[in-house]
Design a protein around this ligand. Structure first.
Ligand SMILES: *Cc1c(COP(=O)(O)O)cnc(C)c1O
Length: 361
């Protein structure tokens, strides 16, 4: 019987579950579940938005020229080769929509970011999962997973939720060795947290098969505004611009992002504070018998003895008003992802995990 049915693949999508933000009956919850900037958006971004609230009736810029200019100046990139999206999630969706469809394969890695797989399925393409090596992306495994149908390869670097990354030489080797019809997407949502790493910008400048995606949601503290961007070969950006809705980013979000990226002193302060507390938190957890890989991002993947222990710890933390992220959906059931918060939050979560481990022993 004919009926109303969605496109193939859509019902294979498991709904994305964001980090918890509330606990019933509890005020003053410490939220370390969504990798948000613990210091919030810059004052400059807040003031810029206040100055434009009376313009809500106006349609926003459709070419994002001013924001692309600001991004280009900040990172030394050609603004013509930048596309802005409602979060980098939207740029990822554009890439899948434009370059992968039924019969095509989209590679993502074992513990890779959920939106890579979701966007591939939404486009009707076939997601192909490739094993990692001890929670680190393996270029060899990706290359072994490529076929004549591979159209896109997603690598988050640094990766979420593992916090690990591979070097630029490895990314270059991957780009160099991909089959000719495949495009490498370097998801650089956390690139700003890595000293001396350009997120793959140089590769995306020089090669015709590399695109880099970036976001304002993490270091810039604008997750609620939904602004991200992509950078790559002109021909590919021109394609993506065709599938982008003309008014995909609100005027207030554009204004906030432009002010945020120009507030370099604030960005620097947030980056330094994250590095300091990330190191502290990793060591504090290790002292309590909880191991983690050295993180290159703004979170730590804390590994427990078992799934049962990780779940018990999560429940204990919730009872104390602290929210972290379970990573079962990322094939890491024995781990919890903990965002690096401000100093007080880091001390609190480490202290509680210490109490938990002492009790569990
Ligand atoms: C947070 C995150 C994003 C960015 O999401 P936005 O849509 O820009 O908020 C992209 N990739 C990874 C790996 C992330 O963790």
């Amino acid at each position: 019987m004919a009926g109303i049915a969605p496109q193939p693949g859509i019902m294979d999508i498991e709904l994305y579950v964001g980090g918890k933000s509330h606990l019933p009956g509890m005020a003053n919850v410490i939220k370390l579940s969504s990798n948000e900037n613990p210091f919030g958006p810059s004052q400059a971004a807040q003031e810029a938005v206040r100055r434009v609230v009376h313009e809500m009736h106006r349609y926003p810029s459709s070419d994002h020229a001013e924001l692309r200019q600001a991004i280009g100046e900040t990172w030394g990139l050609d603004p013509e080769r930048i596309i802005c999206g409602a979060g980098s999630d939207e740029v990822i969706a554009f890439l899948c929509q434009a370059y992968a469809g039924p019969g095509d394969e989209v590679i993502h890695t074992e513990h890779g970011f959920a939106m890579h797989r979701i966007s591939a399925l939404a486009a009707g393409a076939t997601p192909v999962e490739v094993a990692e090596q001890d929670r680190v992306v393996s270029v060899d495994n990706i290359l072994a997973g490529c076929t004549a149908r591979t159209k896109l390869v997603f690598v988050a670097n640094p990766a979420n939720p593992t916090g690990t990354m591979i070097g630029l030489a490895e990314l270059e080797r991957l780009a160099e060795s991909l089959p000719p019809q495949a495009l490498l997407v370097i998801d650089s949502a956390y690139a700003e947290y890595v000293e001396g790493y350009d997120g793959g910008a140089k590769l995306a400048t020089q090669r015709d098969n590399v695109v880099m995606t970036r976001t304002f949601s993490k270091l810039y503290g604008l997750g609620g505004m939904r602004v991200g961007w992509g950078y790559g070969p002109q021909a590919i950006i021109d394609v993506l611009q065709r599938v982008r809705g003309p008014f995909n980013i609100s005027g207030m979000a554009l204004t906030a992002a432009e002010a945020a990226i120009r507030d370099t002193a604030y960005v620097e302060k947030c980056r330094a504070e994250n590095a300091r507390m990330r190191a502290w938190l990793g060591e504090a957890l290790a002292e309590h018998g909880v191991s983690s890989d050295a993180s290159t991002a703004n979170f730590i993947l804390a590994r427990f003895a078992s799934q049962a222990e990780a779940e018990a710890c999560d429940i204990y933390l919730q009872g104390q008003g602290v929210l972290v992220r379970r990573t079962t959906g990322y094939k890491l059931p024995h781990a919890l992802r903990i965002t690096v918060g401000d100093e007080a939050s880091c001390r609190r979560v480490a202290h509680l995990i210490g109490l938990f481990k002492a009790g569990a022993r």
